[in-house]
Design a binder for this molecule. Sequence first.
Ligand SMILES: C[S@@+](CC[C@H](N)C(=O)[O-])C[C@H]1O[C@@H](n2cnc3c(N)ncnc32)[C@H](O)[C@@H]1O
Ligand code: SF4
Length: 368
Amino acid sequence: MPDNLKKTKPLAVYFHWPYCKSKCPYCDFFKRVEKNVNQQEIIESYLADLSYYHKLTADRAVRSVFFGGGTPSLIEPQYIERLLRKISDLWKLEKNVEITLEANPNTHSKTLFNNLKNAGINRLSLGVQALNEQDLRFLGRTHNLKAALESIEDVLHTFDNNSIDLIYARPNQPLESWLSELETAASFGLKHLSLYQLTIEDGTVFFKKDIKALDEEKAAQMYVETVDFLRKNGYPRYEVSNFAPKPFESKHNKAYWLGDEYIGIGESAHGRLNVGGKFMAYVHPKKGEILSNQMRAQELLLMGLRLEEGIDKTRFENQVGINFDSFINQKNLKELVACGFLSNTAQNLKATDKGFLLLDAITQKLCF
Ligand SMILES: C[S@@+](CC[C@H](N)C(=O)[O-])C[C@H]1O[C@@H](n2cnc3c(N)ncnc32)[C@H](O)[C@@H]1O
Ligand code: SF4
């Protein structure tokens, strides 16, 4: 790393593109389905937002950029290029800056991937969701298995750094059939896998149809088997739902889990920035409010325990000015350690394999 960057704090930049070709029945992310989107106008507003946030963060170095959605693979590559050029005009970039775009196979073409690469994208995350025909249909995806496999092949061919998303614990999904899908996923030679248990979110089509996810016990068993299989096959878990060897852990998502600073641009995006010694939470459009040390400490606990490496107590204290051991409920901590849910040392607190199954409840107990 060049000397002038050594002491510079890292910054992550997130762009949210809310538009999709169609709505998937399980998805409750903020999104719109519109035919005539004025991309130029939206990109102009994103460029203006970049200038605004630069004034607050001029001394940082950009470590990662992420285009998420919605379906950001619908953005014309020329606009991706403009946004990335603006970022590199405004900030220093870290040497191996990670620039990810989330693509939906229903937008895939070889040319698009090449153009995205030429525009500056160096990591592609593909929303495959299932590797069998029937479940792709059930999930309301508009791509079939052939299209999924062709997209994966082109991702591998075009981007050295790559990932796919899959959703599991689908209704009545047999463990064996998921493990066989997982084996296929691990065989492609991708650098990273994101695997999410299906959640039936309030207000979605699945919710309205009263579709039930796999029962909790079976889903937990699936998770345990997933982690075990991937550990043995070159994809260690580094976060609850994310699996990759160390060099390919997502720098961008780690910024959230480690409590680093990030800018969020686009409807429904949010940000976290230290502005003049005050830690601020931002929501669109550029609305900031001070986050108290107590709130921030809770957030760091919630996010940090999602990581396999857990929470570094010195880092925590440096971030919020509160001693970690005095922040958490020591009585509950002792019980959780005794029951084998947490591993605690003078320097670090982390969840055990057993603890990963009950993270939400554990975090609650530590906060009160
Ligand atoms: C913001 S979505 C965008 C992905 C992209 N638009 C696509 O559909 O390919 C990111 C990921 O969240 C996951 N996801 C969305 N809704 C989910 C749900 N209800 N349960 C589990 N995972 C979900 C999917 O794996 C999806 O790829
Ligand atoms: S899963 Fe992706 S494509 Fe489907 S509605 Fe959600 S954001 Fe859009």
